[in-house]
Design a protein around this ligand. Structure first.
Ligand SMILES: Cc1ncc(COP(=O)(O)O)c(C=O)c1O
Length: 378
């Protein structure tokens, strides 16, 4: 069921409808629910990469402890949003970005010994908090996109930890506060995730002791997941009691933003070719690329709208399965395959819920130069 406030907003959109709706109340409620499931000593950050719309960033900067950013552009967004705390990650930071992170008072999640040397040079004696991102030998929890326990460009190999600690220790102004151990995306297994957190803390305590680090932070990254097809979500209550010390840092993107977004696209045409029905949309994967990138069908709901065109016939289908396809000239522009519909008419709108994270932000907007969606903020 679509919330009334979402359908009301979409009824005000220009025709043919093509819009993202972002609901700030849902952002706040989700952040509060996550916060309640974490130890009071933990820091909850929002990973801006999931959705960098300024209203989303501003809302979550206020509803969480701060923001995780992964570029100079996101850093500027976080500063503009008044984030109380900023963590700067990402595997390819430039000297200029590192200097900007120091100026913003960010904690830098350092990804290599060379990057740490660059940071020391960019800081030029100014104080900077540093967490070393480590690609540990241990396995990651279940989910997609494993970033640790396997060969990836992210973080230091454990074998390089001693060298990195030595560089940090020798540099005036660098405060090495702990480790950054982001491991996975889209986990739907809270018990497995909790086991990962306990293992991350145990590893951090022993690595800190071995290298003489005063451990004040274990950043476990993001990764709470959304089951787009099944409709479920990572159950935060299933995390159980997590360690209170050393303080944990979470930087969640998908879980905080996904349920606060709806992508809506009007049906411009209905056609049947070779026995298959297609709903052709004013929109597509250049606005919402996730289903094409991950190879799944994103469910939609039908919002019936009045027929707005001065044409005699309004094509419609009833009781069939349709593919929801976009306006791009490629057969890969598919959001959903074979979803059954009751009645669907040209001029109705397909609304795709749970599209507030990694929707617009990961899509190839300029391909074919169609106009962007309207953005409606509730
Ligand atoms: C370093 C880091 N932190 C946090 C996140 C956010 O992850 P998620 O959206 O799965 O919570 C990501 C996602 O790629 C990341 O790379």
């Amino acid at each position: 069921m679509l919330p009334d406030r979402v359908t009301a907003a979409l009824r005000t959109a220009a025709r043919p409808v093509c819009a993202y709706v972002y609901d700030t109340a849902t952002l706040r409620a989700t952040a509060a629910a996550v916060r309640a499931a974490l130890p009071p000593s933990a820091t909850l950050l929002y990973a801006v990469k999931a959705n960098g719309h300024c209203a989303v960033v501003r809302t979550l900067a206020a509803a969480t402890d701060g923001l995780e950013v992964a570029s100079g552009g996101e850093l500027a967004l976080a500063v503009a949003a008044g984030a109380r705390r900023i963590a700067f990650g990402g595997p390819a930071k430039t000297p200029a970005e590192l200097s900007g992170a120091v100026a913003a008072g960010a904690t830098v999640n350092v990804e290599s010994v060379l990057e740490l040397r660059r940071l020391v040079r960019a800081a030029a004696g100014r104080p900077v908090r540093v967490a070393l991102r480590v690609n540990r030998a241990g396995a990651a929890p279940s989910g997609s996109h494993h970033m640790t326990g396997t060969a990836t460009p992210f973080g230091l190999d454990e074998a390089d930890l001693g060298a990195a600690v030595a560089v940090a220790r020798a540099a005036a102004g660098v405060d090495l506060v702990g480790f950054h151990l982001h491991a996975v995306s889209n986990s739907l297994d809270p018990a497995g995730y909790a086991a990962f957190v306990h293992a991350a803390v145990a590893w951090s305590v022993s690595a800190a002791a071995a290298h003489g680090v005063d451990l004040r932070e274990v950043n476990v990254g993001g990764g709470f997941g959304i089951d787009y097809v099944g409709g479920g979500s990572f159950d935060v209550a299933g995390l159980g009691a997590l360690p209170a010390q050393p303080p944990l840092v979470f930087e969640l993107g998908r879980y905080l933003a996904a349920d606060a977004g709806w992508y809506a696209a009007e049906v411009l045409d209905l056609k049947r070719t070779h026995g298959r029905w297609f709903a052709v949309l004013r929109g597509g994967t250049h606005h919402f690329r996730l289903p094409a990138a991950w190879g799944y069908s994103h469910p939609f709901e039908v919002l019936p709208l009045p027929w707005a065109e001065p044409l005699p016939d309004r094509p419609s289908v009833r009781g069939v399965e349709v593919d929801a396809v976009g306006e791009l000239c490629t057969p890969r522009d598919v959001l959903t395959r074979g979803q059954p519909v009751g009645e669907l008419r040209v001029g109705d709108v397909l609304v795709f819920p749970r599209t507030g994270a990694y929707g617009w932000d990961i899509s190839h907007h300029d391909f074919l130069r169609h106009p962007p969606p309207e953005v409606l903020i509730l």
